[in-house]
Design a protein around this ligand. Structure first.
Ligand code: URP
Ligand code: ZN
Ligand code: ZN
Ligand code: ZN
Length: 506
C-alpha cells in the first residue's frame, strides 16, 4: 500500500470500530483530500487509481493523538533537546499521535513574537504531522502585553505558559502572573502554569549541595511535592480572582492533583495535564545506583518517589478531575545529562514520551480497567482539541474533520525500548514496559504516514495549525460568570448622622 502521495488522497478504512469520546460504532470511514467525507456502514466509493483501502476489522479507529506539551530542539540548560521537529514528529506518528503543541520560549527581556517566529522557522521545514505553538511569558512589560495581543490576533496563539520556577531564567513573580492572567482573560486565551515555587527550589538546591547530595536524588529532595502543590494552589487562587481559566501543565504529584481536583469541585475553571511520565513511571528511579539511569528521569517538576502516584493520577484522569495528557517530551542523551554529573542542578531537565504516551495510557488506563475506550480518546485527543479550540477539526472522527486517524489494535502488545524507539535520544524512561494497545496505521491529513512499522513521512509536510481565541469549551463559562458573578454595591440611603471631626493631635 505504501508509498502514497498527498495527490492521491482517497482513503477508505473498512470495518473498524470508530471510537469518539462520546460513542463507539462499527463503521467505515471515507476520506478525500485530507478530510473525512463519510462515516457509516458499507461505504463503497468508486474504485479508481489512488484509492487506498485499509482493513480495520477487529481494530479501533480513533482520532489521532494530540500531545499538548512538547519541547523539540529546545535550547535549554546549556544544551539542546535531542529530538528535533523531524525526529520528534516522526516518533509521535509511530506512537499514534498526529499533532503536537510545542512551546516558543523567549529569554527574559526578549520579544515573544520573535520567539514564535524562531520556533516556527525550526518547525515548518521539519514537521511530519500538524503542530501548533504555545508561547511562554517569561517577563512583563507593556510590550509583552501588546505582543500577546498580536500573537492572538495575527498568529493563531490561544495559550500562554507562565513559569513559577527556573528562578532568574524564566520565572515570573506573583504580580507578573496576575498581569499575564488578566491579559489572557481579556484576549480569550488559556493561561498555563509551570507550578513550582522557584524560590524554595533555589534555596533547597543550595541546601542539598551543601549537605553533599550532588546526585539526581537531590533534584527531587530540593523540590518535594508541597513545592509543586503550593504553587498550584497559588496559581488557582490568582486565576480565580481574575475569572481567568487556568491550565496546569505537567501535573506530577498527588498533592498538586488534589489541589486541581478540589478547585474543580469548587467550580473553578481549571484543567490539569498529567503526562506520560507521571502516569507511567515514578521517582524511585532517582535513587538508582546507576547514575546514568537516575539522571535519565530528571525533569521538573520531578517524578515522585511515592510509587502510588501514577495510579492515583490515572484514577483522576479517568474520573474527570484531570482532563488531558501531554508528555513534556524534552529529550537529552546521557552525555548531555552528564553536564550535571557532579551537580544535579546542571542536569538538563527533560524526558521522552511523545512516542509512548498513547500506549502507556492504554496499558495503565484502559487495560487496567480504569477507563473505557471513549475516555481514552477524550484524554489523549478530544479534550485537548476542545480546550485549545481545534475541535471538531481535530479530536473527532466525523464528516468535515481532518483525517488524523489511527487504526489501533487494543489486543496487540509491544515492549518499549530505547533500542527500538524512533526518538533521537539513547535512553527511554519506560524501558522494558510491556504495553497493550499498539498503533497499526497512522493517517495524517488523509495520508498513510505509518503502517506496520514502515514510515511514509516527508519533512515539512505537517502544517502549522492556528488556534482562534475564546474556545467555547473554556470560555462559555468564563463569559457567563463575567456577566452574572460581578459584585454589586449595596443600595443604601446616604448616612446623614454626625461625622467625627478631625482627630486631635497633641
Ligand atoms: O523538565 C522539564 N519539564 N523540561 C522542559 C521545560 C519545562 O518546564 O516544561
Ligand atoms: Zn514546565
Ligand atoms: Zn540503567
Ligand atoms: Zn515542558
Amino acid at each position: 500500500m505504501l508509498p502514497q502521495t498527498r495527490a492521491q488522497q482517497r482513503l477508505l478504512i473498512k470495518g473498524g470500530k470508530v471510537v469518539n469520546d462520546d460513542v463507539s460504532v462499527v463503521a467505515d470511514v471515507y476520506v478525500e483530500d485530507g478530510v473525512v467525507q463519510q462515516v457509516g456502514p458499507n461505504i463503497n466509493p468508486e474504485p479508481s487509481a489512488g484509492l487506498v483501502v485499509l482493513d480495520a476489522t477487529n481494530k479501533l479507529v480513533i482520532p489521532g493523538g494530540i500531545d499538548t506539551h512538547t519541547h523539540m530542539e529546545f535550547p535549554f540548560m546549556g544544551s539542546r533537546s535531542k529530538d528535533d521537529f523531524f525526529t520528534g514528529t516522526k516518533a509521535a506518528i509511530a506512537g499514534g499521535t498526529t499533532m503536537i503543541i510545542d512551546f516558543a520560549i523567549p529569554q527574559k527581556g526578549c520579544s515573544l513574537i520573535e520567539a514564535f517566529d524562531t520556533w516556527k522557522s525550526w518547525a515548518d521545514p521539519k514537521v511530519c504531522c500538524d503542530y501548533s505553538l504555545h508561547v511562554a511569558v517569561t517577563w512583563w512589560s507593556n510590550k509583552v502585553k501588546q505582543e500577546m495581543e498580536s500573537l492572538v490576533q495575527n498568529k493563531g496563539v490561544n495559550s500562554f505558559k507562565m513559569f513559577m520556577a527556573y528562578k532568574d531564567v524564566y520565572m515570573v513573580n506573583d504580580e507578573e502572573l496576575y498581569e499575564a492572567f488578566f491579559c489572557c482573560k481579556e484576549l480569550g486565551a488559556v493561561a498555563q502554569v509551570h507550578a513550582e515555587n522557584g524560590e524554595l527550589i533555589a534555596q533547597g538546591a543550595k541546601k542539598m549541595l551543601a549537605m553533599g547530595i550532588t546526585g539526581p536524588e537531590g533534584h527531587e529532595l530540593c523540590r518535594p511535592e508541597e513545592v509543586e502543590a503550593e504553587a498550584t494552589q497559588r496559581a488557582v487562587t490568582i486565576a480565580n480572582a481574575l475569572n481567568c481559566p487556568l491550565y496546569v501543565v505537567h501535573v506530577m504529584s498527588k498533592s498538586s492533583a488534589k489541589v486541581i481536583s478540589n478547585a474543580r469541585r469548587e467550580g473553578k475553571v481549571v484543567f490539569g495535564e498529567p503526562i506520560a511520565a507521571s502516569l507511567g513511571t515514578d521517582g524511585t528511579n532517582y535513587w538508582n545506583k546507576d547514575w546514568a539511569h537516575a539522571a535519565a528521569y530528571v525533569m521538573g517538576p520531578p517524578l515522585r518517589p511515592d510509587p502510588s502516584t501514577p495510579g492515583f493520577l490515572m484514577n483522576l484522569l479517568a474520573n474527570g478531575d484531570l482532563s488531558v495528557t501531554g508528555t513534556d517530551n524534552c529529550t537529552f542523551d546521557i552525555c548531555q545529562k552528564a553536564l550535571g554529573k557532579d551537580d544535579f542542578t546542571k542536569i538538563p531537565n527533560g524526558v521522552n514520551g511523545v512516542e509512548d504516551r498513547m500506549s502507556v495510557i492504554w496499558e495503565k488506563g484502559v487495560h487496567s480497567g480504569k477507563m473505557d475506550e471513549n475516555r481514552f480518546v477524550a484524554v489523549t485527543s478530544t479534550n485537548a482539541a476542545k480546550i485549545f479550540n481545534l475541535y471538531p477539526k481535530k479530536g473527532r472522527i466525523a464528516v468535515g474533520s481532518d483525517a488524523d486517524i489511527v487504526v489501533w489494535d487494543p489486543e496487540a502488545t509491544r515492549t518499549i525500548s530505547a533500542k527500538t524507539h524512533h526518538q533521537a535520544n539513547d535512553c527511554n524512561i519506560f524501558e522494558g514496559m510491556v504495553c497493550h494497545g499498539v498503533p497499526v496505521v497512522t493517517v495524517s491529513r488523509g495520508k498513510v504516514v505509518y503502517e506496520g512499522g514502515v514510515f511514509n513521512v516527508t519533512a515539512g509536510e505537517g502544517k502549522y495549525v492556528s488556534r482562534p481565541p475564546f474556545p467555547p469549551y473554556v470560555y462559555q463559562r468564563v463569559r457567563q460568570r463575567e456577566q452574572v458573578c460581578q459584585p454589586v454595591p449595596v443600595k443604601r440611603a446616604p448616612y446623614t448622622g454626625t461625622v467625627a471631626g478631625a482627630p486631635v493631635t497633641q
